[in-house]
Structure formats: structure tokens, C-alpha cells
Design a protein around this ligand. Structure first.
Ligand code: FRU
Length: 500
């Protein structure tokens, strides 16, 4: 039996051994085992396909396979057979992240093969680029010319140990791949390769580099055009904190600017963090038949404990809600895809509720819900909402007018999450600067058992975090230091009855 068949058999025989306690109801997650980055996110033959870094045998990272799921509406996902296993000499220590492209009706995956022959000597690590192809979108074959880009195709300024996560795209009549690389100075850069047939690739140049000014190694790049701007998305290791930005060990950032397709240089005008919460990394995007640019990310980051990685939960990791991207006034906005509204149930609404201190409203509670709320701040300086509230637990989101910041506090959310490496100081608070609009704060909050995603001021800022409360902690309370008016409040249950 092949490595791939063995893994698939393991999934089928063990998927009912997953502990249901923290399972999400409307987010994509693995049937069993570990998940990290989204890979090969593509709209192909009328369906959304999502691959992901997958290790079925444990709730910790292990030699990655590519898991696979597909969806008609980005919300209900159908698990597909595992797409790639680390079974060749060039990828035996992992089929690392990559992307997908459709050519002549076939689905091509371009991914990094990772080899680490001597774990005590990381200098011997090699990362090379490979292709796999499928006619049916289910079964993938690695091509015999692999690796298609390897150490000998690197410029001398690039280290062969860190060369990964190809993002493939077509421009004019050629194919290009933007690939994350580590410069000999130790920091990140993006290399560009060109091909006319997907098999032979030529090095074009460095499109942008960190020069040690923007974190260390860069990972998972994406380059695309949106609303007349060129957008570059990167996931960056060890980016220094800067005000409220980059407080996680690894940060996902966007740059807006101009991609010069003559000189192949990216000229950056704006840089910002994509999501100001605790758990958001390695996003990928696609364009669908409606022309929407949709992003999805791993709803975790490296370097922390994950409560489902213990007591036999047997799984770890989920994806964010898919979000439509727009560039408005020099900022990247994120809006949950509208398909989610099809799954709203049991609407409860309130209007013009005056709050002077705190209030809980009948029917406004739950662990798998969407809340839409518009608050008139009046003269309050500090007001907000507590969710997933129980006797001793609460997840607090509030606006501080003096600071002009929205604050997410998970210090009392439930099971402790700890750092396992690096710069973080176990702080359990994240902040982001955002203005009231005509004195109104408007929020859309998606709670799904162990995740909270809050879209602030129509997606101008987003904060995504995992939290692990008891199943009984489901109250919701509004609070303020001075009168506020809840102009509009809608709550829906979002329950799909289990992901297929
Ligand atoms: C990002 C990343 C990628 C790599 C993959 C390995 O989270 O480190 O750079 O391809 O994860 O699982």
C-alpha cells in the first residue's frame, strides 16, 4: 500500500475518534489530525478547492501531506482523499506549501519538496519546487521531471535551505512563480521564475527583499491585482513589534503598491498587518467566476500551545471564514463571503436599546452565532461586548475612545494558551486603531465554539482569535462606562449540522 493510501486508510478508520468538544460548526477543519497553511486555493470547474498542510497521524505538526476539500459555496466543505504524500526522494520530509493553476482543463499543483537528511545539521535541508497534475481534480500525479526548480536554479544570494511556497500565476502568455527565499543576509526575499510550459523554469530576479528591515524569513507569498492596486501578501517570521502591529511571533502582512512588469520589481507604498488578532497566518487567495478575490487563512500561528493538542482531542487547526478582499482608500478591507448569510437561522433583533452600565438581552447568546451590531457611542469612553461568558470566563471586545482603539482580550477566555518560543510575553490582549464613524461603532462578530472573528467598521480592521471556553459559557453582555445606544442588534445561529 502506498504512503498516500495508508494515510487515507488511517483517516477513514480513525476519524470517529476525534473528541467533539471544541469542534467548529461552520469553519473548515481536518477530519482528524493536524492542519496548517491553506494550499492550492482555487476555483476549478465550478467548485472551490482547498488543499492544506496536513499530518493525519497526530495533533502536532509532522511531515506534511496535502489534505484536500472542496465546496460549492465556501461554507460547506466536503473532505476529499488526501492529494499528496511525501513519498519521493525530493519531498520525503514534507510536501510543503504551494499553489494551484488550471491549464487546459487540468489542475496543476506547484509545491515545495522538503528534505532534511540529517536533523542535527539543518544546513543539509533542501527545498525544491515540484508539480503534480490531475485530470479529475481528485487524483494527483507528481510529474516525472520533478523537481522543476532546484538548488542549481538559485541565484548566489539565495540559501538552498529556505526556498519555498511557490505562488504560480499566468501573465500575458507565460507562467510565473513567486517563491519565498532567504537571502544570504538571513532575511526574506521573493524570487521570480518564468516558464512557458510549466516544466522548464528560468530565474528572472528578486522582486522585493527585506534587507533585514521587515522581519526574518518570508513565507507564503501571493501577488495579485485588486481595484487597480497591486497587492502582495506575505507571512513573515519574527517581525519586530511596531505599536499595535506584529505582536504574534509570525505575522501576515499586505503591501499595496505597483508591480513593474518590465523590471519585475514590486514598489511598495503601504504595509500593514492583515489581521490584528492572535490567530491568522499563511493566507491564500483565489478569484472566482464572480470576479471576487477571496482570502482564507490558517486560524492559528506557530509557537503556541493549542488546547486540542492534548487530552486525546486528536485534531488541531482550522481555517478562517473565507473573506472577500477590497482595496478602499489605501487599505485592504475584508468582508465575510456573502454565502455565510444563507446559513443564518433563528434571527433575534433589537433596536435602540439604551445601556448605562451593562445588559444581557433575551435570546442573545450562543457559541455558534453571528452578531451584527451598531453602537452609538454617545459620550462613553469605554464600551463593548463580552461573549462566551460563563461563571468565570469571558472573551472581551471593547472600544477605548481615548486611545481610539478596539481591544480584544482573551485573558479570561478559558483554557490557557501559552507561548512556546520567541518574542511574546504571554500577553493576552490585542489592539487596533480604528475610528468611530459618526460616533458609531459597527461590528460583525462570528463565534464558532473556539473561534472569534470580529469585522470592525465594515471590514476596515479584523481580529481573529481562538479561545477555549467551557461549553456552558455562552452568555453575551454589553457594557459601558457611560450611556450608549445599541442602534441595531441582530443575532443568528449558524449551524450547519456538521461539516460533510
Ligand atoms: C508556513 C510554513 C510554510 C511551509 C509550511 C510547512 O506556515 O512554514 O513556509 O511551507 O508551513 O508546513
Amino acid at each position: 500500500m502506498s504512503k498516500l493510501q495508508q494515510a487515507q486508510k488511517y483517516v477513514e478508520e480513525n476519524r470517529n475518534k476525534v473528541n467533539p468538544e471544541f469542534r467548529l460548526k461552520y469553519h473548515m477543519m481536518p477530519e482528524i489530525g493536524w492542519m496548517n497553511d491553506p494550499n492550492g486555493f482555487i476555483y476549478y470547474k465550478g467548485e472551490y478547492h482547498l488543499f492544506y498542510q496536513y499530518y493525519p497521524y497526530d495533533s502536532k505538526w509532522g511531515t506534511p501531506y496535502w489534505g484536500h476539500a472542496k465546496s460549492k459555496d465556501l461554507i460547506i466543505w466536503e473532505h476529499m482523499p488526501i492529494a499528496l504524500a511525501p513519498d519521493m526522494y525530493y519531498d520525503v520530509d514534507g510536501c510543503f506549501s504551494g499553489s494551484a493553476i488550471e491549464v487546459d482543463g487540468k489542475l496543476y499543483l506547484m509545491y515545495t519538496g522538503h528534505t532534511n537528511p540529517d536533523p542535527d545539521n539543518p544546513k543539509n535541508i533542501r527545498q525544491v519546487q515540484n508539480m503534480a497534475v490531475s485530470k479529475d481534480g481528485v487524483n494527483f500525479e507528481k510529474i516525472k521531471q520533478n523537481p522543476v526548480i532546484s538548488e542549481r536554479d538559485l541565484p548566489y544570494i539565495a540559501l538552498p535551505q529556505d526556498f519555498r511556497d511557490p505562488m504560480i500565476f499566468k501573465h500575458n502568455d507565460s507562467y510565473y512563480a513567486v517563491i519565498a527565499s532567504r537571502n544570504i543576509d538571513g532575511s526574506g526575499q521573493l524570487l521570480l521564475y518564468k516558464s512557458n510550459n510549466l516544466l522548464n523554469w528560468n530565474y528572472v530576479g528578486v522582486i522585493i527583499r527585506s534587507d533585514n528591515k521587515l522581519g526574518k524569513m518570508w513565507e507564503c507569498p501571493s501577488l495579485f491585482k485588486l481595484n487597480d492596486m497591486d497587492v502582495l501578501i506575505l507571512s513573515v517570521q519574527h517581525l519586530d513589534k511596531n505599536g499595535d502591529k506584529y505582536h504574534n511571533l509570525f505575522s501576515s502582512i499586505y503591501m499595496l503598491g505597483k508591480m513593474d512588469y518590465e523590471s519585475w520589481k514590486f514598489i511598495c507604498e503601504v504595509v500593514d498587518e492583515i489581521d490584528y488578532g492572535f490567530d491568522f497566518y499563511a493566507p491564500q487567495t483565489l478569484v472566482d467566476d464572480r470576479g471576487r478575490r477571496i482570502m482564507i487563512a490558517w486560524m492559528q500561528v506557530w509557537g503556541r500551545t493549542i488546547p486540542t493538542d492534548c487530552h486525546g482531542h486528536n485534531w488541531a487547526g482550522a481555517m478562517t471564514l473565507p473573506r472577500e478582499l477590497r482595496v478602499i482608500d489605501g487599505k485592504l478591507y475584508q468582508i465575510p463571503v456573502d454565502e455565510i448569510t444563507k446559513y443564518r437561522k433563528n434571527k433575534i433583533s433589537y433596536k435602540d436599546i439604551i445601556v448605562n452600565d451593562k445588559i444581557q438581552l433575551d435570546g442573545i447568546e450562543g457559541q455558534n452565532v453571528e452578531l451584527e451590531v451598531e453602537i452609538d457611542a454617545q459620550n462613553a469612553n469605554n464600551f463593548g461586548i463580552k461573549v462566551l461568558k460563563g461563571e468565570k470566563e469571558e472573551t472581551v471586545m471593547h472600544y477605548d475612545r481615548r486611545e481610539g482603539k478596539f481591544i480584544f482580550d482573551r485573558s479570561k477566555s478559558g483554557e490557557q494558551i501559552k507561548n512556546t518560543e520567541g518574542k511574546e510575553d504571554n500577553e493576552q490582549i490585542r489592539k487596533t486603531t480604528v475610528s468611530l464613524k459618526n460616533n458609531i461603532l459597527s461590528l460583525r462578530i462570528f463565534i464558532d465554539r473556539c473561534s472569534v472573528e470580529v469585522f470592525i467598521q465594515n471590514g476596515e480592521r479584523v481580529m481573529t482569535s481562538t479561545v477555549y471556553p467551557k461549553s456552558t459559557s455562552k452568555s453575551i453582555e454589553f457594557f459601558t462606562d457611560n450611556k450608549i445606544i445599541i442602534k441595531n442588534l441582530n443575532k443568528w445561529d449558524i449551524e450547519l449540522g456538521g461539516i460533510k
